[in-house]
Write a protein that binds this ligand. Structure first.
Ligand code: FAD
Length: 408
């Protein structure tokens, strides 16, 4: 009885916190489409005469940089790695269609793509696949059970999601955001410190160089902020630090494996303590005869896989699990080819994604500038609750608008 009341108490507390924190755990992506603003920085004209440094060439940084480019503002993008895209990355040549090693799904209505580009109307030029599953199963380590189609249809109708048919999320970013600003990116240049004690911000690079900027837009992941890789002078205030620490950013990876037969359904949702562990047919409704099965793992399942020590050991464990479910068919049909992308241990990501369950006050603390000199953006900062790539892009627009207008 005591246990019953304790559980009831926990549930009630959870609901009260959810209600009063102004959070929208369930309202994100396609369910939050009407939270998008009428206008973004794309619709404005800015006059700004100083130098802006954008740290990070992911979706958020590239979107913000497009505003600077369009308004002829002096800027530079400083990127730690040798590529742009951040958590958007594609593999070509593994199959006869591009494979997303980071973001893959559009958790939103198709017209979000126009809104991100600042294009009017609901008709999109990209060919999309509605992610309405035909076959979906659950797996708890012992039992493999079909999820009724009526249930997955209901989910799709309430929360529509899509995939690109011919291109990848990375291609979308490349074509619409990166091409326009890539000449302004300095690659292989991690930022180690930001000193905003003076009138200008000193942007200290790992190579020892220092750049002076009038304003900085910092778009690095919450994982990088949490790691303390970038030193702030003066240090971040307590509320900002608390807000950063409060954001969950689980480790995660993606694995794609090639088989000679499609023995698996569209999706297998696996039981995990925290995060996600889903197998999915990467070739779902693509124009291909190739069979590529993906594994998206975050949280506790990722930590368990990491303990195996190597990529090869993870692939073997995955084959073993699939053999258990499919009576040995995985090993028999595996073509010996895989792709592995570890975001959790990638030095300049250190995690996977953030959830929409963030209170309004935490969002305000995350977004508050440092003395109107350093601004923050990225998936975690998105006030419109879009999440994922759309959230990162919208947050880039929101932050650059505030930066150029000198808002708090
Ligand atoms: C496995 C996985 C699956 C996902 N699936 C989806 C999905 O299906 N749909 C969806 O919408 N979203 C998905 N997401 C989330 C989505 O990818 C992210 O929300 C989005 O790409 C984040 O963009 P960003 O610009 O905010 O951050 P990032 O992409 O992390 O960009 C930050 C950039 O800053 C750079 N950087 C970091 N530190 C430094 C430094 N010190 N100095 C200079 N540069 C630095 C990084 O190298 C990076 O290029 C997924 C993410 C992962 C990892």
């Amino acid at each position: 009885m005591n246990k019953f009341y304790r559980t009831l108490g926990k549930i009630t507390l959870f609901l009260i916190i959810a209600l009063f924190s102004g959070c929208s755990m369930w309202d994100w992506g396609s369910k939050a489409f009407d939270k998008l603003p009428e206008k973004t920085a794309l619709d404005e004209a800015y006059r700004f005469s100083g130098k802006v440094i954008v740290v990070g060439a992911g979706a958020s940084g590239l979107a913000a940089a497009n505003i600077l480019e369009k308004n002829n503002i002096d800027y530079e993008i400083i990127e730690a790695t040798d590529r742009y895209g951040g958590r958007l990355k594609k593999a070509e040549g593994f199959a006869d269609f591009p494979i997303d090693l980071g973001a893959e799904w559009i958790h939103n209505l198709p017209q979000i793509l126009n809104r991100l580009k600042g294009k009017p109307g609901n008709e999109v030029e990209e060919v999309l696949i509605p992610y309405q599953l035909d076959s979906s199963y659950s797996w708890d380590g012992k039992h493999y059970k079909a999820i009724p189609k009526s249930k997955t249809d209901k989910y799709f109708n309430g929360f529509p999601e899509y995939k690109f048919k011919y291109i990848s999320w990375y291609d979308f970013l490349d074509q619409n955001f990166a091409q326009q600003v890539k000449h302004k990116i300095r690659f292989n240049t991690p930022v180690k410190a930001l000193d905003y004690t003076g009138e200008k911000v000193k942007v200290v690079l790992k190579n020892g160089e220092t750049i002076a900027a009038d304003k900085v837009l910092l778009t690095v992941s919450i994982g990088v902020l949490k790691s303390g890789y970038i030193q702030f002078t003066p240090t971040l205030d307590k509320d900002k630090q608390k807000a950063i620490e409060s954001i969950q950013f689980l480790p995660g990876f993606k694995l794609a494996m090639k088989f000679s037969e499609k023995f698996y359904p569209d999706v297998i949702s696996c039981k995990t303590k925290t995060g996600t562990k889903d197998y999915h047919d990467v070739a779902f409704q693509k124009d291909t005869k190739e069979n590529v099965l993906g594994l998206l793992s975050t949280g506790s399942s990722t930590e368990a896989y990491y303990e195996l020590g190597s990529e090869e050991a993870i692939v073997s464990a995955v084959l073993k699990e699939l053999d258990q479910i499919f009576d040995g068919r995985a090993s028999k049909t595996y073509l010996g080819e895989y792709l592995f992308q570890d975001w959790g241990r990638q030095e300049f990501t250190l995690g996977s994604w953030t959830s929409s369950w963030v209170s309004q006050s935490t969002l305000e603390d995350l977004n508050r500038s440092l003395e109107k000199k350093i601004y923050f953006s990225g998936g975690a900062n998105d006030i419109y609750r879009q999440q994922g790539v759309p959230g990162s892009i919208m947050s880039g627009y929101y932050a650059i608008d505030r930066l150029l207008k000198g808002k708090e």
